[in-house]
Design a protein around this ligand. Structure first.
Ligand SMILES: Nc1ncnc2c1ncn2[C@@H]1O[C@H](COP(=O)(O)OP(=O)(O)OP(=O)(O)O)[C@@H](O)[C@H]1O
Ligand SMILES: [Mg+2]
Length: 242
């Protein structure tokens, strides 16, 4: 039997212009930083933007944004609160500071449930911060969200890029659009990731330097938007490269 929630999900997302999943086969490469900064940057250009933290086991975007007392409203579903100008949704509203140790099927159920109940309304962009890896969350999103597009984050390391290669191959075989690859935490001039990205037939979006100021900017939107990653993302958005 078809899960009726899958139909509801696409109805719920109907008024959203673009749905961008920020993803990587590897952990710790900067997905949450890129997703948060991208959402804030797009919203500063006058767009209406949602940010959805789908990393249920180790959510981070609320820390980057400095979310304090926000809570969603219940009204024929759940209406995300406004946080720093974004419609912001995360499991932390329900799990608070506790761990949410979910097994595979429970993670899928939580993801389906949140997608089915969240009332985003009209948005220009919904940015999704994905958990690391090419597992359940990626497969669920691809299966459930018709218009999903992926923005992939790598580091300069070949270890990270190898997982990117696998993820790209999976997404291409499923015919899911890939916006391109961002190389994050760059510390040298090496151009391997750019070259290898282009060999895969993908757009190399930008390289983001490692910036020690990121750490002291966590929780402070204004400082975050002054970091090198934010500057690079601003250029990307201004160039309409997404
Ligand atoms: N360009 C950068 N310069 C400096 N620090 C960075 C940069 N990008 C990310 N970081 C830092 O690196 C760490 C990992 O980043 P982040 O949490 O965004 O990665 P992630 O890919 O979302 O990790 P996870 O797989 O655990 O979700 C964080 O402490 C973040 O602040
Ligand atoms: Mg993360």
């Amino acid at each position: 039997m078809v899960d009726p929630r899958t139909t509801i999900i696409n109805t719920r997302l109907k008024q959203i212009g673009r749905i961008i999943a920020v993803s990587s086969g590897k952990g710790g490469v900067g997905k949450s930083l890129v997703a948060t900064t991208l959402a804030l940057t797009l919203s500063r250009t006058g767009c209406k933007v949602g940010l959805f933290d789908l990393d249920f086991t180790s959510p981070s975007t609320h820390l980057l944004l400095g979310v304090k007392d926000a809570q969603p409203k219940e009204d024929k579903g759940i209406v995300p609160p406004q946080v720093n100008g974004l419609e912001y949704m995360s499991l932390i509203y329900y799990s608070h500071d506790h761990a949410a140790p979910l097994r595979g099927v429970d993670t899928s159920n939580a993801l389906i449930e949140l997608l089915a109940v969240t009332q985003w309304g009209k948005l220009d962009f919904l940015v999704i911060d994905m958990p690391p890896g090419i597992g359940d969350a990626v497969l669920d999103l691809v299966r459930l969200v018709k218009r999903i597009e992926f923005l992939i984050v790598s580091t300069p390391s070949q270890l990270a890029f190898e997982t990117v290669r696998k993820q790209v191959s999976l997404l291409q075989s499923l015919k899911v659009p890939i916006i391109g690859v961002v190389e994050n935490m760059k510390m040298t001039q090496a151009s391997t990731v750019k070259r290898e990205t282009e060999k895969l037939g993908l757009k190399f979006l930008t390289e983001i330097p490692y910036d020690p100021k990121v750490e002291e900017s966590i929780g402070d939107e204004k400082k975050l938007l002054e970091t090198a990653p934010a500057q690079k993302i601003r250029q990307l958005v201004a160039a309409k490269a997404l």
